[in-house]
Design a protein around this ligand. Structure first.
Ligand code: AMP
Length: 144
């Protein structure tokens, strides 16, 4: 899918928001939901999505949603750092399939990195659900 198109309310993140699909939830407020990526590129790979949005990508998003969304990304990234003490953190976001986007509800990736540990491949290799739940709890405990 290209940058243009209509929002599909049947996408997986919309289903998570509606409670139709499970997720290892980390944080939720009026504006954002954060949960563990099920195909993590590193331990603690977390996603942050806007809750009230039909934006497929960042370019589509309403300006008034961007501020609270980015505050949520920063809050969760700080908690990931506090919980897992990585050496670095990648915060990234893809727009359009050619850029690597596979789910068309706007989302940000928070990917902790450790010296000497290679990054896993994008959207490959499903994590153990119990491990994700435990990581989500560790990160949630550090939200401030
Ligand atoms: P992107 O490729 O930027 O669209 O990212 C979509 C991300 O969603 C990928 O990293 C996938 O691993 C992740 N993902 C896909 N399905 C789920 C799901 N049900 N729960 C959590 N993460 C998911």
């Amino acid at each position: 899918m290209s940058l243009d198109g209509t929002y599909d309310a049947g996408n997986i993140f919309a289903k998570i928001l509606r409670g139709e699909m499970p997720a290892a939830k980390v944080y939720e407020d009026d504006h954002v939901l954060a949960f563990m990526d099920v195909f993590p590129q590193s331990k603690g790979h977390t996603l942050v999505i806007p809750k009230h949005s039909t934006a497929r990508n960042f370019l589509d998003e309403a300006p008034e949603v961007v501020g609270p969304l980015m505050l949520g990304v920063q809050r969760v990234a700080r908690a990931v750092r506090a919980a897992l003490t990585p050496d670095g953190l990648v915060i990234t976001q893809f727009n359009g399939a050619p850029a690597g986007q596979t789910v068309f509800h706007l989302h940000f990736h928070i990917i902790p990195r450790w010296e000497g540990v290679a990054l896993g491949r994008h959207a490959e290799g499903m994590a153990d659900a119990a491990e994700l739940k435990e990581l989500a709890a560790q990160i949630a405990a550090k939200i401030s």
